[in-house]
Design a protein around this ligand. Structure first.
Ligand SMILES: Cc1ncc(COP(=O)(O)O)c(C=O)c1O
Length: 373
């Protein structure tokens, strides 16, 4: 073995010993199991009108955007998607990126810098953690949901530009951020609040920022993904036009990246229209969340993600395998993908599953969780 092979093999052995080995499992096009692990919360990824809109966009504009947005990769389709996203979320302007990950990287890195201070909730998604690294800004991590800790970090930040990072509905625990209080504190200390709506958009209509009357405020910026409830691919930053103008010029994951693929933009645009036309889709998610959380005896989440703590990574993997053996796929989150170090099943609720499959899946999960306490 050469030096690299030795190192890789030691890394793999350490992962195996800790119960943290991960493998890819390609799935077939037609689902053989009930999928309660994915993020297609409203079933729009397979909606015939969304699929047709994606195909039509590819036929009209090509399989790829062909260039970065600042060269020739900005399509009229992107501009239309940005207008409709901004209107739905109640924001003055929007900018789409090729993924939600890129949207977070782009926004935080372009607005940050060594002369800024970032204050981040301890549970934010890896894309925001990486964004802070790219921003090269000093960061203060505050305990989850701790508005007083945010206020105290802001109070001692001096004359620096300050940015506070939170998710409206957190991706692993599914809990809701105290956004009104955070926005109030940010306003008081002249800070920018960046809210990642990845798990709220669609599931909670236009997102919590709009629901809570915070949309359009100059100190509240939203990031979102087109890859979850919208069933497509891509990301967006929404807020003041001045911020969007800055990102067009300075966000490296925007400037040095090929524009969002036409099929993704076309699919997302149609998904957005479906969302507006069929608000009952999110009612199905809410009802199923209430039923499942009651059946499993855990608190319901603010979105479509239900978190069920497990005793260890090994127990979590065994519970996931037991559900799979009975035809139900659920997520299994272990360190380092969990903010609090607690391994858990991550079960996602989707309106895209038939009532029959859903009822069966709930029965399977109740039995599995009982057997793995
Ligand atoms: C909170 C949060 N933000 C951003 C992302 C990244 O979005 P995308 O998958 O579109 O890159 C995710 C994806 O898991 C997420 O959970």
């Amino acid at each position: 073995m050469n030096r690299w092979e030795e190192w890789l093999s030691a890394e793999a052995a350490a992962r195996e010993a800790a119960g943290l080995q991960r493998t890819l499992r390609p799935r077939a096009a037609e689902g053989a199991t009930v999928d309660l692990a994915g993020n297609d919360y409203l079933g729009l990824a397979r909606d015939p009108s969304v699929v047709e809109a994606a195909a039509a966009a590819a036929r009209r504009w090509g399989a790829g955007a062909g260039a970065s947005r600042l060269v020739t990769g900005t399509l009229e389709l992107h501009a239309q998607l940005e207008r409709e996203l901004a209107a739905y979320l109640g924001q003055p302007a929007a900018l789409v990126f090729s993924t939600g990950y890129h949207a977070n990287l782009g926004a935080v890195a372009a607005l940050g810098g060594r002369d800024a201070l970032v204050i981040s909730d301890a549970h934010v998604h890896a894309s925001l953690v990486d964004a802070v690294r790219l921003a090269k800004a000093p960061v203060e991590i505050v305990p989850h949901h701790d508005v007083a800790a945010v206020a105290s970090a802001l109070a001692t930040s001096g004359s620096r530009r300050t940015m506070v990072l939170a998710e409206s509905v957190y991706s692993v625990l599914g809990d809701e951020a105290p956004l009104v209080a955070l926005a109030e504190v940010c306003d008081r200390y002249d800070a920018l609040l960046v809210v990642d709506e990845a798990h709220a958009l669609g599931v909670r209509g236009p997102g919590l920022v709009r629901e809570l009357g915070l949309a359009g405020l100059p100190h509240v910026l939203v990031t979102a993904t087109l890859s979850k409830a919208l069933g497509s691919q891509g990301g967006a930053v929404l807020g003041p036009q001045s911020v969007v103008d800055h990102l067009v010029n300075r966000a490296r994951p925007f400037v040095f990246d090929t524009g969002l693929a036409p099929a993704s933009a076309g699919g997302a645009l149609e998904a957005l229209r479906q969302l507006r036309a069929r608000p009952e889709l999110s009612d199905v998610v809410r009802r199923r969340m209430a039923d499942l959380s009651a059946a499993l005896g855990v608190a319901p989440s603010a979105g479509a993600v239900l978190s069920v703590p497990m005793a260890s990574p090994q127990v979590a993997v065994a519970a996931q395998a037991a559900a799979l053996a009975q035809g139900v796929t659920v997520g299994c989150f272990r360190p380092p993908s969990v903010p609090d170090g607690i391994s858990r099943l991550r079960i996602t609720v989707s309106a895209g599953i038939s009532e029959r499959d859903w009822t069966r899946a709930v029965d399977v999960l109740v039995a599995v969780v009982k057997d793995h306490v």
